[in-house]
Design a protein around this ligand. Structure first.
Ligand code: NAD
Length: 321
C-alpha cells in the first residue's frame, strides 16, 4: 500500500489539477460512468465531533475509495485544522487497499474547484465583480479558484463576523485585486458572481438582495439544517447542483424543496451542463444558483491525481499491508 502524507499534497496538486479532475468527474457522473454512494455523517458524542464517510466509484477512471473524517471543533485550540480527512483508495478489481492519501488540503482544493466549475459554466461571460459571503478557512481557496478563471477585476465581501474580513482582503491583495467590505445589500447590488461559504444555520443572503444575471455558488451548506440563502432565492433562480440526492437532503436545496418552492426534478446536475447534455444559463438575466454539497467522487478524483504524481516523483511511502 502507498501512503501520500498530508505534508506532500501542496507540492503535488495545483488549483488547475483540481479544477480539471473535478470538472471531468462531474461529467463522468452525468454520463453514468461514476457513482457516489450514500453519505454517512454522525455526531459521535465525543469532542463535539461530526464523523463520517463519503465513498464512490468512478468506473471511467477506475477509482474506488472513501473519504473518512469530519469536523472536530476543538482542534483549532490544539493547533490542528478543525476539518480532518483521509482518503483511502482500493483496487477495483480485488478490493485490496491500495493507498492512503492526506485529505485536508485536497478537500479545500476540490471544494474550490467545484464552485469554479459552476462559475465557468454558468456565470455570465462578462462577470467582473466577485462577491464573497464568508471569510473562514475555505474562503481564500474559493476566491483564488474563482479569480484564476479570469475576467474578475474586483472583489467585494461580507462576513457575519467582520473581524475575519482581513482574510478576504489579504487574499484579494495577493491576487492583485482591490477588495472592499460591503453590506449584503451593496454586495448583492454590485457582484456578478457570489460565493457563499459559511457554516450558517439560517439564511444570510435574501432573495431580494440578488440582481438578475447573478451567478451564486452556495458552498457552505453540506449538512442537514445548514442554510446560507433564503429559500425563495432558489425559486427565482435556475438551480444546479453537484448531485441531486445530496442537494435535496443536505444541501442548500433541502429548504426550498422541503417548503415546496421548487421540485427536486427541476435541479440540474452541473455535470450534465459540462457534458453538453443539459443547458446552463439561458439568458443574461437568469439568476443561476449552484448548490455545491461536496461529493465523494471529487475527493477520489483529486486523491487519485495526487497519488499518481507522488508515484511519479517518488514521494509515496510504500508499506507492506
Ligand atoms: P471556518 O470555521 O473556517 O469559517 C466559518 C465561516 O462561517 C466564517 O465565515 C464564519 O464567520 C461563518 N460562521 C461561523 N458560525 C456561523 C453562524 N453561526 N452563522 C453564520 N455564519 C457563521 O469554516 P470553513 O472551513 O471556511 O467552512 C465553511 C463552510 O463550508 C462550513 O459549513 C463547511 O462545512 C463547509 N464546507 C463545504 C464543503 C463542500 O464541499 N460544500 C467542503 C468543505 C467545507
Amino acid at each position: 500500500m502507498l501512503i501520500v502524507p498530508e505534508a506532500e499534497i501542496a507540492a503535488l496538486i495545483s488549483e488547475q489539477d483540481a479544477y480539471e479532475a473535478v470538472e471531468a468527474v462531474f461529467a463522468a457522473m452525468a454520463r453514468g460512468a461514476a457513482v457516489n454512494f450514500p453519505v454517512v455523517r454522525e455526531a459521535i458524542g465525543h469532542a463535539e465531533a461530526l464523523y463520517g464517510f463519503k465513498s464512490g466509484f468512478d468506473r471511467a477512471g477506475m477509482v474506488l475509495g472513501v473519504k473518512a473524517g469530519g469536523y472536530w471543533p476543538g482542534n483549532m485550540a490544539k493547533g490542528l485544522t478543525n476539518h480532518q480527512s483521509t482518503v483511502f483508495l482500493f483496487d477495483p478489481d480485488t478490493g485490496r487497499a491500495s493507498a492512503m492519501v492526506g485529505g485536508n488540503l485536497l478537500t479545500a482544493l476540490r471544494t474550490a474547484a467545484s464552485s469554479a466549475v459552476s462559475i465557468r459554466h454558468l456565470a455570465r461571460r462578462d462577470a467582473k465583480v466577485l462577491g464573497m459571503v464568508g471569510a473562514g478557512h475555505q474562503s481564500a481557496f474559493q476566491m483564488r479558484a474563482a479569480i484564476r478563471l479570469g475576467g474578475f477585476e474586483r472583489v467585494v465581501g461580507w462576513n457575519p463576523h467582520p473581524e475575519m474580513l482581513g482574510r478576504l482582503a489579504e487574499t484579494a491583495a495577493s491576487l492583485g485585486l482591490p477588495f472592499e467590505a460591503l453590506s449584503l445589500d451593496d454586495l448583492g447590488a454590485q457582484a456578478d458572481v457570489i460565493i457563499t461559504i459559511t457554516s450558517s444555520f439560517a439564511p444570510l443572503l435574501m432573495a431580494g438582495q440578488v440582481r438578475p444575471g447573478t451567478h451564486i455558488a452556495c458552498m457552505g451548506t453540506d449538512t442537514v439544517g445548514k442554510q446560507e440563502v433564503e429559500a425563495a432565492l432558489l425559486a427565482r433562480a435556475r438551480v444546479f447542483c453537484d448531485e441531486r440526492a445530496q442537494s435535496v437532503t443536505l444541501g442548500e436545496a433541502q429548504h426550498a424543496v422541503g417548503a415546496g418552492l421548487i421540485a427536486a426534478e427541476a435541479i440540474t446536475e452541473i455535470g450534465a451542463v459540462v457534458a453538453g447534455l443539459a443547458p446552463g444559463r439561458q439568458s443574461d438575466d437568469d439568476i443561476t444558483l449552484f448548490d455545491g454539497t461536496g461529493v465523494a467522487l471529487q475527493d477520489l478524483a483529486v486523491a487519485a491525481k495526487a497519488l499518481a504524481r507522488a508515484q511519479e516523483r517518488g514521494v509515496a511511502v510504500e508499506v507492506a499491508f
